[in-house]
Design a protein. Structure first.
Length: 150
């Protein structure tokens, strides 16, 4: 299994070493393994998680608290997948599926709130643009007709 030092991870993911330490401090990343001398060692899974955190920040504009909730839900889902056993009793299987549904609903709620806010912002920007375009139309009309604007 590949392991990367903090500088390599920072370069691969486009975040600073300070940001990586911050993610760890805030619980977005599990504390990485350590080499002798205390150097952090990150796995491929850590690199993927960092890329996911960056996407949630840049694409969705999620707060660190929202990202932490998304990451924790992903961890729960991965844990449930990793402990899958087809011979589980049906009541236990039902409970596990309900846990998955709840985790996915929490993630969906976060994304839906962001989409609602973005949709509202888009509507406001479109309205402002329409108003300015109408103002321009009136100015052009006044120029062409020689009539002053009211």
């Amino acid at each position: 299994m590949a392991r990367y030092q903090i500088g390599e991870v920072a370069e691969r993911t486009g975040v600073t070493q300070r940001t990586l330490r911050f993610y760890e401090e805030k619980g977005l990343l599990r504390p990485p393994e350590r080499m002798e001398g205390g150097f952090r060692l990150y796995s491929d899974a850590d690199v993927e998680r960092i890329a996911s955190i960056r996407n949630m920040q840049s694409l969705l504009g999620l707060t660190l608290a929202e990202i932490k909730e998304m990451v924790e839900a992903d961890e729960l889902l991965a844990q449930i997948r990793a402990t899958f056993r087809p011979d589980r009793e049906l009541p236990e299987r039902k409970k596990r599926v309900e846990t998955i549904i709840e985790a996915l609903r929490r993630q969906l709620t976060i994304v839906e709130h962001k989409l609602e806010a973005l949709t509202e912002m888009r509507g406001e920007l479109r309205e402002r643009l329409e108003n300015v375009e109408e103002r321009r139309r009136l100015i052009v009309e006044a120029i062409e007709t020689g009539h002053p604007l009211d």
